[in-house]
Design a protein around this ligand. Structure first.
Ligand code: GLC
Length: 451
């Protein structure tokens, strides 16, 4: 592949994005340490990786039945879903996507929850469900401290959301209040869950070896099945051996564990973000930031005259704007067949960088994209290998979802090849693409609670 060519002009520039195994093993060690600190009562408050207890303790059998409503907030889209579980590992899903404007993402919490309740009512009306009383699972993909299955206090907003009045509040209560204010729908909110939990549940619905759920989308996070005896903060009913733990691993690195590999681009993205100093690992990986990392590297390469040496101020206008290099461009550029460059040429011309980019310029840009996306995949591989080794079963299936994982043509390959090197040789694993974790998973949690 083109990353191995030594003639690249941008080779030196990208060196620090290529992590060798000794660095990755060091990250593994630090990640495990943070994970254990999150699980332990004494160190939990200071830990980067919080390991929140989800109170989901029963994996699905595949024989669940019933109709459930689900809400999915915190990914690329906001969705309302009607999920019919049909036993035999099957489910039927009807869903609708609704826009959440920038104004709502950063406006008052009440406005956000009113909007959610309004979308729910509109959907139920369209599906002719206003006469029914249904149970609802709320996939709310932000760090929450849960107190049981129906109480979740938002610890902090992530991923560009910043609605005042929600942090430290029970989001189930806020949702119920908004539903009550409307007065036109009859719903019981029976569970709140993270998207990683939904992913794990929806994969476990089909595959009983699934012990981990990971999201590589707008944000990046994972949950896994932990033995209750290792979860010191567990205060649920005794008797069940396992509980799903939401690692909130996007926050890894906040105490400096990743400083030895962070680049100038990582640091400036963090500084310019809505939450400086927070979600350091997530900012090196997820879809909300990947395109931006590439954009900053491109600017550096142009500044050093390694790329588009004749590019003037005028041509740089677009690229100089934050977020002008979208994460989907990284996927599209890596999708080009070697020597073809159709997508790459279109993107570079649309950005106004050159009227006719040469093949060599395209090869350089693609190399930059590959280094950034491969680093992201290797960083995810680190945490996943650590979790698999910690669970230490003969075989673990990792349920995966998220736009980056789904849309990037090589993310799965990059991640899997590195995991093979990092997972203990006596353990086997596989990656399983989740089918609608936030919908089916939410319904399965609702079913295991009410069933
Ligand atoms: C962010 C959120 C986390 C979520 C992840 C993926 O990291 O804090 O709760 O699971 O994004 O959506």
């Amino acid at each position: 592949m083109s990353t191995t060519k030594t003639t690249r002009k941008c080779r030196n520039l990208m060196e620090e994005f290529i992590l060798d195994n000794s660095q990755l093993l060091e990250i593994n060690r630090r990640f495990l340490n943070e994970l254990n600190r999150g699980l332990c009562k004494r160190t939990h408050d200071q830990a980067d990786v919080k390991c929140f207890v989800t109170y989901v303790q029963d994996l699905p059998t595949g024989e669940e039945i019933g109709r459930y409503m689900a809400l999915d907030l915190g990914g690329t889209n906001f969705r309302v879903l009607l999920v019919t579980l049909k036993a035999h590992h099957e489910a039927d899903i009807k869903s609708k996507t609704y826009a959440i404007s920038q104004e709502i993402m950063t406006g008052p919490g009440v406005q956000l929850f009113d909007h959610i309740a309004e979308c729910l009512a509109t959907f139920m009306k369209e599906q002719d469900l206003l006469e029914d009383h249904l149970h609802l699972g709320f996939t709310f993909s932000f760090p929450c401290k849960q107190v049981g299955l129906t109480k979740g206090y938002l610890i902090r907003w992530t991923k560009g959301f910043n609605c005042p009045g929600v942090e430290n509040e029970d989001v189930v209560e806020l949702l119920k209040d908004a539903i009550k204010r409307r007065g036109d729908i009859s719903i019981s909110v029976v569970a709140i869950l993270n998207d990683t939990t939904g992913t794990l549940m929806s994969c476990a619905h089909r595959n009983k070896n699934c012990h981990i759920g990971v999201i590589i989308g707008t944000g990046c996070n994972a949950c896994y099945l932990e033995r209750v005896e290792n979860v010191e903060l567990y205060d649920g009913q005794p008797g069940k051996p396992y509980v799903i733990v939401n690692a909130e691993m996007g926050a890894f690195g906040e105490s400096g564990s990743l400083d030895f590999i962070r680049t100038d681009e990582d640091k400036s993205i963090d500084r310019a973000s809505m939450n400086p100093g927070k979600q350091i690992y997530e900012k090196m990986i997820s879809g909300m930031y990947m395109g931006e990392i590439v954009r900053l590297v491109l600017l550096k390469a142009i500044d050093k005259k390694l790329l588009f040496p004749n590019c003037g101020k005028q041509q740089l206008q677009r690229l100089a704007m934050s977020d002008s290099f979208e994460t989907r461009f990284v996927s599209e550029i890596e999708e080009d067949k070697e020597g073809d460059w159709t997508n790459c040429k279109r993107i570079l011309t649309d950005l106004g960088l050159s009227k006719q980019p040469t093949n060599d310029e395209c090869a350089e840009v693609r190399y930059i994209c590959e280094c950034v996306s491969r680093r992201a995949a290797h960083l995810v591989a680190c945490s996943q290998a650590t979790m698999i080794n910690k669970i230490n079963e003969g075989h673990s299936t990792v349920g995966v979802d998220g736009t980056v994982y789904r849309l990037h043509p090589k993310f799965n390959e990059y991640m899997e090849e590195k995991m093979k090197e990092l997972v203990n040789p006596n353990i086997s694993f596989d990656l399983m693409l989740s089918e609608d974790g936030s919908g089916r998973g939410a319904a399965l949690v609702a079913a295991t609670v009410t069933g």
